[in-house]
Design a protein around this ligand. Structure first.
Ligand code: AGP
Length: 607
């Protein structure tokens, strides 16, 4: 999604604006721009289509030591990727950058006769609207912004600067995150705290409906109704190393390889292996409330949805008389679904900003259902709007393809399920095997990655030539297969789809021919024999089969990736590591952009 940066202080604004936009590159974009204002009220507006390197080429000829400015990376929503549509947008002496969607921009545009529009964007309309209140000097900048935002329908995170006043910035948010970095004689703005790392550890997260007047040494926040808001300064958790590649060629490989440590962070302080119990403080549900739960709704998109599906399979195995429904957020938000009264909703989101998931959260809360966040980004919108939650603490996930977050989301939800089972009095002998395996999982992940990465790399390059792939699994290996297919699809652009093994005969088996290869996840002790006979069905039709298993198989398949592990319950999570590595190495073999796949963004903050 788009990225916003802003600066006012003693240093050269251009330096932070460019470095900050580079930190936000991972979010996906197709044009970029910055505007800075000099002390003698001259604005330098530089924009470029494509990557930030194009912007830097232009800046090299326009070096300014201005001390205030704003910047933006745009992921096109209204109007094609172009320099004209790139932000910042100008209207008179107003320069503005915007994340989100102004839904009533056409109506507003029709009222703004005095402005000659140059772009197709909703953002330029917003800039013109602010200027319509500002240009006659009737309203100071912040008041002009407030007057404009009161007329806006839709979502926004904005930063505004005026050529007339090179000492103040105005920022505001409704539905698209904005964070204010509190520096030493400087104030920094960003749509994601990772842009602030290395500049300050102190941050103020704006809430929806808030607007702030910012100078190099003051921050004044109020609501759109002019009620003052006391700023809550929080610690930015992320360290610089965490957002660099750490010696790996790509963030995707780094984040796959980080999973032993990132899962260990998820588990820290939450497992008691000795007595086989789990303790989660975040959800904030009492024993009595946990005991009463009869129905779980698990909400997410993409990988988060798959994590919910897999966690749901596990939870129903050890929790008595509980029904579990895992739903795709973009569908569920528009359904007239009835939520039984003894329900709890798990809201799963790595970024904590996904528009459809956030909308679901708000809809579900309206029905009075308790909402628990399973989120990674601290202070994100979803994390701040749920009733309780469990951060997965995997650190920044930069690559668009989600990997370490998936593993930790599954386990965090399983641990939540275990707390329900504990409260319901489920025998510890039933739960202990889960707790024991979870405790061993980080080390088993390390062993699996170390022992298979090279084999997977060798196999993967032989499959880069295919355009189609089928992923297969049963029971807990089926959601794992779905996640594996998504990984391959989103980074290698291969048409990869997952099917439950048992569904093959109901249609997908007709697909099997030389256009396809098949990836089968066949865990020991989880419907193993049935899966093997399904593998044979595919082989009998000439399938090009890769089998990933923690057991012995004596079938003539093209490739076997053998996982050696003592785990059985969570073997599908180890198999998913193979799918992650496979997707990575196929994409490297194809020479595609591994961390920023085409058409995709890290956080989908628009519908
Ligand atoms: C997964 O690799 C994709 N990047 C995408 O499906 C992602 O999982 C989805 O957009 C949900 O994102 P979230 O977890 O930040 O809400």
């Amino acid at each position: 999604m788009c990225g916003i940066v802003g600066y006012v202080g003693e240093r050269k604004a251009q330096d932070f604006l460019v470095s900050g936009l580079k930190r936000l590159e991972y979010r996906g974009y197709d044009s970029a721009g910055i505007a800075t204002v000099s002390k003698d009220n001259k604005t330098t507006l530089i924009r470029a289509k494509g990557k930030i390197v194009n912007l830097e080429e232009k800046l090299a000829k326009n070096k300014r030591d201005d001390h205030i400015g704003i910047g933006h990376t745009r992921w096109a929503t209204h109007g094609e990727p172009s320099e004209t549509n790139a932000h910042p947008h100008q209207a008179g002496s107003i320069f503005l950058v915007h994340n989100g969607i102004i839904e009533n921009y056409k109506d507003l545009k029709a009222e703004l006769k005095g402005h000659e529009f140059k772009s197709e964007t909703d953002t330029e309309v917003l800039a013109a609207l602010v200027n319509s209140f500002y240009k006659d000097g009737k309203y100071p900048l912040i008041n002009a912004v407030v007057q404009a935002l009161k007329l806006v329908k839709g979502t926004y995170g904005i930063a505004v600067v005026s050529e007339k006043n090179p000492d103040e910035l105005v920022v505001a948010r409704s539905g698209s995150p904005l964070v204010i970095g509190v520096g030493n004689n400087e104030t920094l703005i960003a749509s994601d705290a990772s842009a602030l790392v290395g500049h300050t550890k102190k941050a103020i997260y704006l809430n929806d409906g808030e607007v702030a007047l910012v100078t190099k040494n003051s921050i004044e926040i109020k609501t759109l109704n002019a009620e003052p808001v006391s700023a809550k300064v929080e610690e930015i958790e992320t360290n610089l190393a965490a957002i660099q590649k750490g010696g790996y060629d790509h963030f995707l490989l780094k984040e796959i390889m980080e999973q032993p440590d990132s899962l260990a962070e998820t588990l820290r302080g939450r497992l008691n292996v000795k007595d086989g119990t789990v303790r989660l403080g975040g959800p904030g549900l009492s024993e009595a409330e946990l005991r009463k739960i009869k129905h779980l709704i698990i909400v997410g998109c993409g990988t988060a949805y798959h994590a919910g599906l897999l966690a749901g399979y596990y939870i129903e195995k050890f929790t008595p008389e509980i029904t579990i429904e895992t739903v795709i957020a973009s569908e569920y938000r528009y359904r007239d679904a009835y939520i039984p009264k003894d329900s709890v909703a798990l809201i799963v989101s790595q970024s904590g900003e996904t528009a459809d998931t956030l909308a679901c959260l708000r809809e579900i809360k309206k029905q009075g259902t308790k909402t628990i966040g399973i989120v990674n980004v601290i202070g994100s919108t979803i994390a701040r709007e749920v009733d309780g939650g469990t951060y997965v603490h995997v650190g920044p996930e930069i690559s668009v393809a989600s990997t370490k977050a998936f593993t930790s989301q599954v386990i965090a939800m399983v641990m939540f399920g275990l707390t329900i089972a504990q409260a319901k009095g489920v025998k510890s002998s039933t739960l202990a095997p889960y707790v024991k395996e979870i405790a061993k999982l980080p080390e088993e992940i390390r062993k699996t990655l170390d022992s298979t990465a090279e084999d997977v790399r060798k196999i993967a390059k032989d499959y880069a030539k295919y355009d189609h792939a089928i992923y297969l699994g049963r029971d807990t290996a089926y959601p794992a297969a779905m996640e594996g297919a998504l990984k391959l699809k989103e980074v290698s652009y291969m048409d990869a789809n997952a099917y439950a093994f048992g569904e093959l005969k109901h249609g997908p088996l007709a697909l099997v021919d030389d256009r396809f290869f098949e990836m089968a996840l066949v865990p020991k002790g989880i419907l193993f024999e049935k899966s093997i006979s399904n593998v044979q069905e595919v082989l009998a039709r000439g399938g090009h089969m890769i089998v990933v298993t923690n057991s012995e198989i004596d079938l003539e398949v093209e490739n076997v990736v053998k996982i050696t592990t003592s785990l059985e319950i969570f073997a599908p999570l180890l198999m998913n590591l193979i799918s992650q590595l496979f997707a990575y190495y196929v994409t490297v073999a194809k020479g595609y952009n591994v961390d920023q796949p085409r058409n995709l963004a890290k956080s989908v903050t628009v519908e």
